[in-house]
Design a protein around this ligand. Structure first.
Ligand code: 5GP
Ligand code: ZN
Length: 111
């Protein structure tokens, strides 16, 4: 989607420190990390957030969810990690291209 910063990262138009990518998803480092390791995992397809998913996204979402663990492990998070996705205004979503935060490194504070 034009004007979407994460679409631009997925297409390579905007630079990011990409740690994993395939034909469906891209994982890159958050530019303002809130934990020693802070990654963002996005679908290449522009989807606003969880509330905007439809049946046709089932396979894509399965792939994204199934990839989180291996992406985290590849970045050294062998002792576990936190995956969250902020959804909508109430969820304090800032970028309206769905993304899963992977946070880890050391022991995270309790939620
Ligand atoms: P949200 O509140 O939408 O879940 O979080 C958006 C996240 O994206 C924030 O953690 C923010 O630091 C990160 N972010 C926003 N713009 C960019 C960018 O251009 N590049 C990178 N690498 N991260 C970004
Ligand atoms: Zn987008």
């Amino acid at each position: 989607m034009s004007g979407c910063i994460f679409c631009k990262i997925a297409s390579g138009e905007v630079n990011a420190e990409i740690v994993y990518q395939d034909d469906k998803i891209v994982a890159f480092k958050d530019h303002a990390p809130k934990a020693p390791v802070h990654l963002l995992v996005i679908p290449r397809k522009h989807i606003r957030n969880l509330n905007a998913l439809d049946e046709s996204d089932t396979e894509l979402m399965a792939h994204l969810m199934m990839s989180l663990s291996s992406i985290a492990k590849e970045q050294g998070l062998l002792d576990g990690f936190r995956a969250i996705t902020n959804t909508g205004n109430g969820g304090r979503q800032e970028v309206y291209h769905m993304h899963f935060h992977i946070l880890g490194g050391g022991r995270l504070p309790a939620m």
